[in-house]
Design a protein around this ligand. Structure first.
Ligand SMILES: [Zn+2]
Length: 142
């Protein structure tokens, strides 16, 4: 069994719909995204012989995902989220808002990242998303 890991980081603000308490504010995190690919065997020919996957391709895919989130404000695409966005959009700040079809938790985001890597054909095993240096969510389908 082989597992390879790669990591990227990004800064992002989010809003948790329907949350009461300190995190009800729009706030941000420095996210650390660690993804793991897994394979029983290594590739036997071509450019990737002796590899699970090319780290360059793997890293590039992670960087593209990080770019989608970096310095954005993530808001759930529901009534509450749309209302908040409408209020922000009247301000002259040009907020860069990304709507997602889920509550903007580390759990949902890690599943989203997992599925994006899977749809790109990677042998994805696990995605770990750190919201703080000591809090993370691991999503895996095994
Ligand atoms: Zn948060």
């Amino acid at each position: 069994m082989f597992k390879i890991k790669s990591e990227v980081g990004f800064d992002m603000a989010h809003y948790l719909c329907g949350y009461e308490g300190k995190c009800a504010n729009i706030h941000g995190h420095r996210y650390r995204l660690v993804a793991t690919l897994k394979s029983e065997t290594l590739q036997e020919s071509g450019q990737c012989r002796g590899m699970v996957d090319d780290f360059t391709n793997f890293k590039k895919a992670l960087k593209e995902i990080a770019e989608d989130f970096d310095h954005k404000l993530l808001i759930e695409d529901n009534e509450e989220g749309r209302e908040l966005a409408a209020k922000l959009e009247v301000l002259p700040n040009n907020f860069d808002i990304v709507f997602v079809p889920y509550r903007t938790t580390a759990e949902e985001m890690s599943r989203d990242v997992f599925n994006r890597l899977k749809s790109k054909g990677f042998k994805i095993y696990e995605v770990e998303l750190f919201e703080t240096p000591t809090n993370s969510c691991i999503y895996t389908e095994e």
